[in-house]
Design a protein around this ligand. Structure first.
Ligand SMILES: *Cc1c(COP(=O)(O)O)cnc(C)c1O
Length: 423
């Protein structure tokens, strides 16, 4: 459920008509709903209520500092995958001891940053990384609390590009090697083992792969404890899918996910960490665009928008579906006709939808892409020198720009001429 509803025929973000934001900010823009972010975060809190747990928002899904501030205010920790994301979480006011550092390619500089400023846990993804981390921590006179990310070799049955838990994926260490690596970790200076970490992929629409992975983690935890390690935390990653269409998808509910976690891990006496990104942010954001042209074609008509693949790359990158709806609600009796909805970028891949039934729309009409809050703005670029689009946060009847559109002067000022070309 989200808080983007039609009221008197106009699509609103909470109590704000989208046309009002468009008039003030210009299109295209992203808009996020505080009430929806809050609701989705609380679903996880409720799902794990009564257990010792921390819900760490996966910052990579939606990293705007204002959004992080909203979630931090509700008690969220953060899962970051770079030094840059760590800085964002800190800028949002999140203390280091509520930040988990994940990622397969952490650099020494990033390790030094988080060890100096404070970190709850570093999820180590290889033996090589473990040794470098030990060196860096030891050199700083610090101790790195670590969990080893194990790869349980389960197929998350999700899109090829976002499956991470099969043995051929680049993530984590094979679960069969985990005990040997923990044995080394126990003797390395600057390293303190605190837990086990797993993340098998994103947009999972079935609990079974999670349950298979968590069962393996439970077994491993018992073995590691028998080996003499102190395992106080299990980080279960993110990955719970969301409905991208209003009709036929029914991904598992956080409540059922929580019940499964209790069932599989409940007797281990551990603190549970989860790292949801998409489920919290995905349906809390829209991309709003304008129709530039309607173009009749051979056998198909086109709706050319002012938003493009550089603003929302999911359709081009994953073949992802986004519901696209008119901001002015179509009359129930209006005939819908199939159109290709495209952006202005010079690539055929800049296509948001093919043969999508839409009501008649004129140039200037506003449309909204649903489910664009996660992996939307964070993946945008300035391809074709199209400025990064603004992000807007709504809370009740108020809204504010939380990232402004850069001017062309700002964009051009980032390019510099080398001395030999300057005169
Ligand atoms: C991407 C990622 C997440 C978040 O995944 P969602 O599908 O957005 O919930 C969590 N943890 C790690 C390590 C990730 O890489």
């Amino acid at each position: 459920m989200d808080h983007f509803l039609y009221k008197t025929g106009v699509l609103h973000a909470e109590d704000v008509p989208l046309a009002e934001i468009a008039a003030q900010v210009g299109t295209p823009f992203y808009v996020y709903s505080t009430a929806t972010l809050t609701r989705h975060f609380r679903l996880f809190q409720e799902a794990l209520a009564g257990t010792n747990h921390l819900v760490c928002f996966a910052v990579k899904a939606l990293s705007n500092v204002a959004v992080l501030r909203v979630l931090a205010g509700l008690g969220a920790g953060m899962d970051v995958v770079s030094g840059g994301e760590y800085r964002r979480a800190r800028a949002a006011g999140v203390p280091g001891d509520r930040i988990v550092f994940s990622g397969v390619g952490k650099t020494r500089d990033e390790m030094a940053l988080v060890l100096s400023e404070g970190i709850r846990q570093i999820n180590v993804e290889s033996l090589e990384e473990l040794h470098v981390l030990s060196e860096v921590a030891h050199g700083l006179g610090a101790t790195a609390p670590i969990a080893l990310r194990v790869n349980p070799d389960v197929d998350a049955k999700t899109h090829e590009k976002i499956a991470t838990g099969r043995k051929e994926d680049k993530f984590g260490v094979p679960i069969a090697r985990a005990r040997e690596i923990y044995a080394q970790a126990a003797h390395l200076p600057g390293i303190r083992v605190v837990g086990v970490d797993v993340h098998i992929g994103s947009q999972l629409t079935d609990l079974a792969p999670f349950e298979m992975a968590f069962t393996k983690i439970a077994d491993l935890t018992r073995e590691l404890r028998a080996d003499g390690h102190t395992i106080t935390r299990l980080d279960l990653g993110g990955g719970l899918g969301i409905p991208y269409t209003r009709s036929n998808e029914t991904p598992p509910l956080p409540l059922d996910y929580g019940a499964m976690i209790r069932r599989v891990l409940g007797d281990l006496d551990v603190e549970i960490e989860i790292e949801p990104g998409r489920l919290i942010a995905g349906n809390a954001g829209l991309l709003v665009a304008s129709v530039i042209y309607t173009k009749p074609g051979e056998g198909r008509d086109f709706l050319i928008l002012d938003a493009a693949m550089n603003d929302l790359i999911r359709p081009a990158m994953y073949g992802a579906h986004h519901d696209i709806v008119p901001v002015l609600e179509a009359q129930a009796a209006t005939e819908q006709r199939p159109v290709d909805i495209v952006g202005p970028v010079c690539e055929s891949g800049d296509t948001f939808a093919k043969a999508r039934p839409m009501p008649p729309l004129d140039a200037g009409a506003l449309v909204a892409f649903r489910s664009a809050g996660a992996y939307g703005a964070v993946m945008s670029s300035e391809y074709n020198t199209r400025p990064l689009i603004p992000e807007v946060l709504v809370d009740g009847d108020q809204f504010a720009v939380i990232r402004a559109r850069p001017t062309f002067d700002e964009i051009l000022a980032r390019d510099t001429l080398p001395t030999w070309l300057a005169s």
